[in-house]
Write a protein that binds this ligand. Structure first.
Ligand code: RUB
Length: 313
């Protein structure tokens, strides 16, 4: 699929989850590079830039999309002719996809060490990184019990139940509003991230911050599983993370509420670092307060996920 099709699928939530939208976007740019005919380098650059803009405009919150797309353009300003640029784009896209998959595996192994035999785990939405931890703990023979929130309005919790079911992990579904009631029975909260900010705040599916607040109140540790490309260089330069708001039809069906009723549908929220015990990355398990260091080390100039063109936007 090219950039236009992938952007449409992302908008429609057919492709979703922060890592997957990044991978599919990198793949789309590779496809665009493969399909370009012509010998004009500047025309090729404009064509790729158009693809990049189309993809970046598909969803605003997850910085993984930005980092994934930008990593495809790494060192491309040095290319002198079309074939060289094509090769670079393909290589960068392949590298990003491979490294991002490896990152999930590593996070699974690191995170599983924090899960004890007999733990009752609560997860929210459908995060492949969070599920990697749970699945790895299960594979290591730990007897765990998992609870999944429904995650209204898209009900990604049902995907979580399916994903865990395939691994032989029985999971109990709860409605989102049952999280605090359940918390006294929970040993660990394990969630993913769309964006980790330089101050350690984590942006993830709406409701994550309420769950983290209840966990904090009940002294239950909150573990965020996030590949380093979910960290945002842009927040280091003062930029705020845009919280996506989607259509009211995702929350209520037409005719369900009187005409003129306002419906708000923010789909992500920010959890402050004081409610997070650890962020599990492929570069190590860190305190949320170390987010800045990850940004500097893992996303700086010359790193795989970093991009010399990302700054200042
Ligand atoms: C998905 C969501 C996930 C993160 C991390 O929201 O909030 O927790 O994206 O997922 P949506 P992953 O369904 O709206 O995309 O670990 O798979 O990258």
């Amino acid at each position: 699929m090219g950039a236009e099709d992938v952007a449409t699928a992302i908008r429609r939530m057919e492709i979703r989850g922060a890592a997957e939208i990044a991978r599919k976007s990198a793949e789309a740019l590779k496809q665009e590079a493969l399909e370009f005919h012509g010998n004009d380098l500047n025309e090729f650059r404009r064509y790729l830039d158009a693809g990049r803009e189309t993809l970046l405009s598909s969803r605003p919150t997850a910085v993984s999309l930005w980092n994934g797309v930008q990593s495809v353009f790494k060192n491309t300003s040095e290319a002198k002719e079309v074939e060289e640029l094509r090769r670079l784009v393909i290589k960068n896209a392949d590298d990003f996809i491979l490294r991002s998959k490896e990152a999930v595996e590593i996070i699974g192994r690191f995170g599983a060490r924090r899960i004890r035999d007999g733990d009752k785990i609560l997860t929210h939405c459908n995060s492949k990184a969070a599920l990697a931890v749970i699945i790895q703990a299960h594979k290591e023979g730990k007897h765990i019990e998992v609870f999944a929130t429904e995650s209204r309005p898209w009900r990604q919790g049902l995907l979580t139940i399916k994903d865990l079911g395939k691994e032989g992990i029985g999971t109990t579904l709860i409605v989102d509003s049952a999280a605090r009631w359940l918390m006294k029975r929970i040993d660990a909260v394990v969630v993913g991230a769309d964006t980790v900010c330089s101050n350690g705040a984590v942006v993830n599916k709406i409701g994550t911050s309420q769950i983290a607040l209840s966990a904090h109140e009940a002294r239950v540790p909150v573990m965020v599983c996030a590949e380093t490309f979910k960290f945002s260089t842009r927040t280091m330069y003062g930029e705020l993370v845009e919280i996506e708001e989607r259509e009211s039809e995702e929350v209520v069906r037409p005719g369900e509420v009187p005409p003129g009723t306002k419906v708000l549908n923010p789909v992500f929220d920010a959890t402050p670092p004081e409610y997070i015990d650890a962020i599990i990355t492929e570069a190590g398990v860190i305190s949320p307060y170390a987010a800045y260091e990850i940004i500097v080390k893992e996303l700086g100039q010359g790193s795989l996920f970093g991009s010399q063109e990302g700054k200042g936007r």
